[in-house]
Design a protein around this ligand. Structure first.
Ligand code: BTN
Length: 267
């Protein structure tokens, strides 16, 4: 697998001093590794790519599985961007990242609040953002996983989609190159201006908008898009409720034309 590390470095380093790109054949989790490094004092901006993760992590304690696709192919593009960041308000960062990643890859991609990238009502990718304070520095690790090739649906809460369905000629390196520089720009825009510049772009890609949704806390209603902080607005019988990502997970009440089992889960 050839990775466009130098091209990415050239596109990013002028706006992000100290930036490096690193590709590893295998690691437990790129997020875990960058947080380990931050704890040991390595706080420079870095894009860490793993060809395979042995303990990939998702949101709400879930796993991010990346099976081998065989013949040197990458089944799942997995990387994390780590950098010091100091926005006035952190709310909506994962939504802004989703907007950037989805728009970099294909016009058919959509977003499922708060941090999933969907294609035709199936999950193509996810985002896991973690932060830590180290002295005066707040360091953020933005982890992204994208299914590149066909994968089994067994064991997944949402049926999978993969990028080859809409970009059959794009390999993982090309996908990373499409994503990386716009993602850094998006994160810098978020740092300066917060979520507001991304609100309309998110709402244009929102798969939940206008649909009946059920939340893991039992809330049911119609999704109305997100507000300027990235909170999901749900019209319930009792009025409009604002949902923040820390509280609950949300799914369409009917997915892919089939009613799904709606069992409220703890946050
Ligand atoms: C989710 O869907 O809940 C988020 C999935 C995030 C997966 C990526 S893969 C790269 C990075 N390292 C991890 O362990 N997780 C993120």
């Amino acid at each position: 697998m050839v990775w466009p590390s130098e091209a990415i470095w050239e596109a990013v380093s002028a706006s992000l001093p100290g930036f490096t790109v690193e590709v590893l054949p295998q690691i437990d989790s790129t997020n875990t590794d960058l947080m380990r490094r931050a704890k040991s004092g390595q706080l420079d901006p870095v894009l860490l790519v793993a060809e395979r993760q042995t303990a990939g992590r998702g949101r709400l304690g879930r796993q991010w599985h990346s099976d081998a696709a065989g013949a040197g192919a990458i089944q799942s593009l997995t990387f994390s961007l780590g950098l010091p960041l100091a926005p006035q308000n952190w709310s909506g960062l994962s939504l802004a990242v989703g907007v950037s990643v989805a728009q970099s890859l294909h016009p058919d991609l959509r977003l499922k609040w708060p941090n999933d990238i969907w294609l035709q009502d199936r999950k193509l990718g996810g985002i896991l953002i973690e932060t830590g304070s180290f002295g005066d520095v707040r360091y953020v690790v933005i982890g992204v996983g994208i299914n590149m090739a066909a994968r089994e649906a067994a064991g997944l809460s949402t049926p999978p989609a993969w990028l080859a369905e809409v970009q059959p000629d794009m390999d993982a390196g090309q996908a990373l190159q499409e994503i990386a520089a716009p993602l850094v720009r998006a994160v810098q825009t978020f740092e300066a201006q917060g979520f507001a510049p991304f609100q309309a772009r998110f709402n244009a890609l929102d798969v939940l908008a206008g649909r009946a949704v059920v939340c893991s806390d039992g809330t049911m209603g119609e999704a109305l898009g997100v507000d300027a902080t990235g909170a999901l607005l749900v019209q319930t019988a009792a009025g409009v409720r604002k949902i923040t990502s820390a509280e609950v997970s949300v799914r369409p009440a009917v997915a892919g034309g089939l009613a799904v089992a709606l069992v409220p889960r703890p946050c």
